[in-house]
Design a binder for this molecule. Sequence first.
Ligand code: KG4
Ligand code: ZN
Length: 342
Amino acid sequence: MKKDIILLGIESSCDETSAAVVTNGRRVLSNIIATQVKLHAEYGGVVPEIASRKHVELIIPVIDKAIKEAGITLNDVDAISVTYGPGLVGTLLVGISAAKAIAFSLDKPLIAVNHIEGHIAANYISSPELEPPFICLVASGGHSHIVHVKGYRDFAVLGRTRDDAAGEAFDKIARVLGLGYPGGPAIEKEAVSGNPEAFSFPRVKFSDVPYDFSFSGLKTAVINTVHQFEQKRMPVPVADICASFQNAVVDVLVGNTLSAALEYKSNVICIAGGVAANSALRKRMSEKCLKNGISLYYPPVSLCTDNAAMVASAAYFYYIDEKWSANDLNAVPGLKLNENGI
Ligand code: KG4
Ligand code: ZN
């Protein structure tokens, strides 16, 4: 019988310190996530320096816990994988340093993982039968991409945001409305009791690259609406604003992803990243996919937001092709998809 490939994954690109053990890229033995959300909430967003210091404190206990919960020892691991970008340079370096030290001391391969590929790979964990090719919408706090996933390590970016990421827009609007950080879940909760048609916020379309996004105009329009109510000393209709804003974001994300799937004749769509946790997005995407005979996949909420299991899953497809990284691996904060030096 073929031996299981056991990978340790490490993730520290933003405000989640995470370590996981995953076999054969699909089966999670452990996935420990220490979130710093509460720490950053009082600042209304992630403070990079504070995040880096917290990662330093947490990284070894989190790795220890992941190994213990998986019921293995570090020696059982076939390779160490780690996110090396995109993300915050200081926080990335904490995970990378830990991964390098473990790989060097145990003389095991080191595998560098692109965080965006990790988000896509979360779908391989939740849907073990899923194989490329497919179209994937990756929407999180730092990125909004439509990706043609042609193979496990073969990607083409069809569209990307030209300004704010979708999650960033959720976070900024939540801050203006005093709903706290992270904004996505807070806005989703408010939106439940609001009217999605109450305000007609802009949906930007580009004629040159039809799959590109822009959320900054939408964000400004929402913020201006809030200010108008405040200036008139009228109560701000928070639920209606949240529902209308969410409706506009969902319209654009679903519209562009569906157009890409139809043009590229893909009968499979996946969604990934923190914003993929949004139930209005999941519902609308499901309805549109059903109508167009497209199969839709999305990970559970715990695998949509940052976690190390997705990192170990993405790394597996590098491991089997022996795409190791050198021990001088550095953080690449602005890393783009396809820049892994395949
Ligand atoms: O993937 P992620 O954990 O980190 C990045 O790689 O950026 O995504 C975090 C982002 C935040 O902007 C957060 O507000 C958003 O995902 N998010 C959501 C929801 N849950 C998290 N956005 C909309 N609806 C949600 N339920
Ligand atoms: Zn992420």
